[in-house]
Every structure is written in structure tokens, then in C-alpha cells.
Design a binder for this molecule. Structure first.
Ligand SMILES: Cc1cc2nc3c(=O)[nH]c(=O)nc-3n(C[C@H](O)[C@H](O)[C@H](O)COP(=O)(O)OP(=O)(O)OC[C@H]3O[C@@H](n4cnc5c(N)ncnc54)[C@H](O)[C@@H]3O)c2cc1C
Length: 469
């Protein structure tokens, strides 16, 4: 047996000898680059960034942090607006180097490491003619998006990303590596699908994939003056039309770009992004035609696109600057809700703010509840999510953008149409009471019991937290 190595002087040195990834401390040249989060409002300085190369590294990092009383932050791609993925003086368990995707084309499944982003996932699956449900842009991490919801372009047809998880490997607070699946640790498996951040570090998930044919996609830009009429049309059309396509609505001040008619520059516009993922382009056109007939856009058209290329084109719409997001869900699109949304969206242009007011509805598979659902709270058919996504460069814009977001969410609440369900992935400010309401009393009690079993000391608390029972 090898004699004890006297150079192993500290607990961190003991980790270093077994760690296959990188351990970055504040004096490391790449520390500042690696500690950055996507939302530039956050500027934490962790004591250690553990860039993990695999499950064993995650175990070593969890054990090091817990045995030295250091706060843990888990990071996939660091896109959560709340800045959960870092902690001042803590240990960042950085999964970004863990991005393997192993596809089984016959079974139409993939084992995915949770540091992968949307591009890693779709690039690996599309070569087999298969697609996975992940976010609309490519940059968000599987660990954040898919484990805690995951709405993407295929969602009205295929549902939420979280519903495509078949099993998971997870490192829990005591450093154990567990399998969570319907036939093993089923309570943990239920809780991971919606609230993984509270229960451990999920290292791998097995996801169901789906055949993807040609896609009809594009953006339609409308003068904001028409927005009220379009929303009244969409509240019916959304429910009657096929679930094979997504309608994602963004209100924004039109940029002064050549492709946008000059008379709209700086004015409020409504951008309707349409993505049809059936395998028949002609049927896609027929499905969407009633919208085009009723409301010909000021500019924009639909054409055949490839999923990954379309997702990549979305990345530029979300710059890594200062940001403020929030969301409320309404059970239906009443006239009062429509007037509120249009009025609040108009303020973006009037106040010279940058960002979007975003809407999508629970239609098709987005509103379906699978046979074995996880704990993820979702909307009923016909419900709409109304979200704010403000972004700006200079700290002097903080107050104006955050106030617009807060006012908008308050105004939506005052309509009395909200359901209390909120999508944690876009909720910037942690609020335990709001979180409890979204789950409902029964699921909340079960979540707290599972939390007590797997993380009684609340080691994993940089998240929308569930206090242990
Ligand atoms: C540009 C942009 C576009 C977006 N578009 C969409 C969209 O189209 N659809 C959608 O649904 N959402 C979208 N979102 C919201 C997105 O779902 C969240 O921001 C999500 O948290 C990002 O995941 P991440 O892994 O990059 O974030 P991180 O900040 O790395 O992680 C988010 C949370 O999950 C935890 N976590 C991460 N990995 C793991 C793991 N393996 N095990 C346990 N816990 C983990 C973290 O600790 C943290 O609490 C978008 C966000 C941005 C910034």
C-alpha cells in the first residue's frame, strides 16, 4: 500500500488528488470568467468553483463543502435569473463540463449529463431524426430547464421537458449516488421532476426522444395597435387549433432595423413566433392559415426551418446583461387581462425600456397531465402565462426596469384572473409562500417530507426553497 502523502495538508488538497475536473480558487486566472452568471445583476465571489468532470467529482465536491460547513451552489449553465448558481464564500458545483449525450435511436431515448445545454442535446439527437424537449434558445442548461419544467418549441405537441424524464442519477446531501426511477426511490423521482435543485445534484437523466420531421417556423410582426384584437382572436383559436404548433407572443418596442417597416420603429409591436412540428408542412400552413387570414402581419413569413438552427437564431434575442424576470398565470384571457397586458406592454416603449412582455398559453400537450407526473405544477387548458423579461446594460437602469416588471405583475394580479401557479424557472425573487401556493397544500407537504428524508439539513437551499418537514 502507498504510504500517506505528506503534501496532502488540507481538506482541499485531499479533494484535489482525486478530482478529475478543475478546482478554481480566487487567485486562478480563469476564476473571474468562470464565476460569471448570465444575469449581470449578480456578482458573487465563491471560495471555490469545482468544475466537475463526472459524478465522482460531484460527490467529492458535495462532501468537501458539507464537511467544511461551506454553502453549496449548483450550476448547469448559470441562466437562472435569481443567481442561484453561485454563492459568496461558497462552493460552486459547476456541471458545465459534464455535457455528454448518449442516444439510443432504437429505443428513442438519450442519457444526458445535466451540464449539457440545448444545442448539445439537439445536435446529438437530431442526427438520428429525433428531438428532445428543452428551452426555446440553445443556451440554457438541461439541469435548470428540463429538471424544473422546460417549455420549448415542441411543447404543445410533446409536453414539458420534465415529463420526458424516465430516470435519473443523483448525488444527495450525504454524498450518496442514487438511482431515482419509478421502480427505485419513487418519492425522490417524483420530487426531482420539478424541484430537483432542492434534493441533490442530478448528474444524468434518461430522456424520451421524439421523431422530428420538417418544421414550419417564423416570426410575424404586428403593429401594437392591433394587439388587443389579435389576443381576442387567439384566446379562441388557441384552443380550437391543433396542438402541433407553438404560438409564442412577445411585445416589444420595435428596433430600428431595415427589415422592420420604418413607421413601426420605436413603437410597440407584437411578435408572434410560430413553430409547427408536425411532419407535414402543408398541414402546418393550413393549421396556421386562419391567423394569417384574420391578421396579415406587417412583416414576417413562415418557411421550412431546421430545429437547431431556429433555436440558435433565438440566442441573440437574450443578451447576457442585467435582467429582471417574473411571471403570473391567468386561468383565462379575459378582456380585462388583455387590456392590462397591452397597457403594460405599451409602457416599455413609452418609458424607453428594453425587454419583452411574453405570453404563451396552455394548449395541446402543455396542459396534459401524464400518467406518472412529477411534482411540477402546471396550468389548466386555456390558461395563459404572462411574463416580464427586462434587460439593460447599465446599473442606472435597474430601478426603471425592475419597477416596470413589478407593476406589470401587480396589474395582472389585480385583474383577479391569476391561478397562483408560477413557473419557478422564470421567477427571479425567491418567495416561499408563492412557491407553496403554486404546488398546493398536499404536494407541498409531500415535498417537505421527501426533503426531510434526503436533505434534512437543507444543504441544497440556493433554489426556490422547500423547508424540510
Ligand atoms: C436566455 C434565456 C432563455 C430562456 N428560455 C426558456 C425557455 O424557452 N423555456 C423555459 O422553460 N425556460 C426558459 N428560460 C428559463 C430557464 O428555464 C431558467 O433560467 C433555467 O434555470 C436555466 O437553466 P440553467 O441550467 O442554465 O440555470 P442554472 O442557473 O445553472 O440552474 C438553475 C437552477 O437549477 C439548479 N440546477 C442546475 N442543474 C442542476 C442539477 N443538475 N441538479 C440539481 N439542480 C440543478 C441550480 O442550482 C439552480 O437552482 C430561459 C432563460 C434564459 C436566461
Amino acid at each position: 500500500m502507498k504510504p500517506y502523502d505528506p503534501t496532502i495538508e488540507s481538506a482541499l488538497d485531499a479533494v484535489r488528488v482525486r478530482f478529475r475536473g478543475e478546482l478554481l480558487e480566487p487567485d486562478d486566472p480563469s476564476y473571474d470568467e468562470q464565476r460569471k452568471l448570465f444575469n449581470a445583476c449578480h456578482d458573487q465571489r465563491p471560495a471555490l468553483i469545482a468544475r466537475c468532470a463526472g459524478t465522482a467529482d460531484v460527490v467529492a465536491a458535495v462532501r468537501y463543502a458539507t464537511s467544511n460547513g461551506l454553502e453549496i451552489a449548483v450550476k448547469s449553465q448559470g441562466r437562472h435569473m435569481a443567481g442561484f448558481a453561485s454563492a459568496d464564500g461558497g462552493v460552486v458545483i459547476d456541471l458545465a463540463p459534464m455535457r455528454s449525450v448518449k442516444v439510443d435511436p432504437k429505443e428513442q431515448t438519450a442519457w444526458v449529463q445535466t451540464g449539457a445545454n440545448g444545442a448539445d442535446l439537439e445536435a446529438a439527437t437530431l442526427v438520428h431524426g429525433l428531438g428532445a424537449v428543452v428551452g426555446a434558445a440553445t443556451s440554457t442548461g438541461v439541469g435548470g430547464v428540463v429538471l424544473h419544467g422546460g417549455i420549448g418549441w415542441m411543447s404543445p405537441k410533446l409536453g414539458w421537458g420534465v415529463d420526458t424524464i424516465l430516470e435519473a442519477e443523483v448525488v444527495t446531501a450525504d454524498g450518496s449516488v442514487l438511482r431515482a426511477a419509478p421502480d427505485e426511490n419513487p418519492d425522490l423521482f417524483w420530487a426531482l421532476r420539478g424541484e430537483a435543485a432542492n434534493f441533490g445534484v442530478v448528474t444524468w437523466i434518461k430522456m424520451k426522444l421524439h421523431p422530428i420531421g420538417p418544421m414550419l417556423a417564423g416570426g410575424l410582426i404586428y403593429d401594437g395597435a392591433e394587439a388587443g384584437e389579435i389576443l381576442r382572436f387567439l384566446r379562441e383559436f388557441n384552443l380550437s387549433a391543433s396542438g402541433d404548433f407553438t404560438l409564442m407572443l412577445d411585445f416589444l418596442p420595435a428596433p430600428a432595423e431595415d427589415w422592420i417597416p420604418e413607421h413601426l420603429h420605436g413603437k410597440l409591436v407584437l411578435s408572434v413566433t410560430v413553430v409547427h412540428v408536425g411532419d407535414d408542412l402543408e398541414r402546418g400552413r393550413k393549421d396556421v392559415q386562419p391567423l394569417l387570414d384574420a391578421f396579415p402581419p406587417a412583416v414576417g413569413e413562415l418557411g421550412e426551418r431546421e430545429l437547431l438552427e431556429f433555436m440558435l437564431s433565438m440566442d441573440a434575442d437574450y443578451p447576457a446583461v442585467r435582467q429582471w424576470y417574473d411571471e403570473e398565470q391567468v386561468g383565462e384571457l379575459t378582456d380585462e387581462v388583455i387590456d392590462t397586458v397591452v397597457g403594460q406592454a405599451r409602457l416599455l416603449a413609452e418609458r424607453g425600456l428594453t425587454g419583452y412582455l411574453i405570453m404563451y398559453s396552455y394548449r395541446g400537450a402543455l396542459a396534459d397531465v401524464p400518467d406518472d407526473p412529477g411534482c411540477f405544477p402546471r396550468g389548466r387548458r386555456g390558461a395563459w402565462s404572462i411574463g416580464t423579461a427586462a434587460f439593460w446594460e447599465d446599473a442606472s437602469g435597474d430601478e426603471a426596469h425592475a419597477s416596470w416588471s413589478d407593476e406589470t405583475i401587480e396589474a395582472v394580479r389585480r385583474t383577479g384572473a391569476t391561478t397562483g401557479i408560477v413557473y419557478g424557472n422564470v421567477q427571479q425573487v425567491p418567495d416561499v409562500e408563492r412557491h407553496r401556493k403554486a404546488h398546493g397544500d398536499e404536494a407541498w407537504a409531500r415535498l417537505r417530507a421527501v426533503k426531510k428524508q434526503y436533505d434534512p439539513e437543507n444543504v441544497f437551499h440556493r433554489n426556490h426553497n422547500i423547508p424540510p418537514a
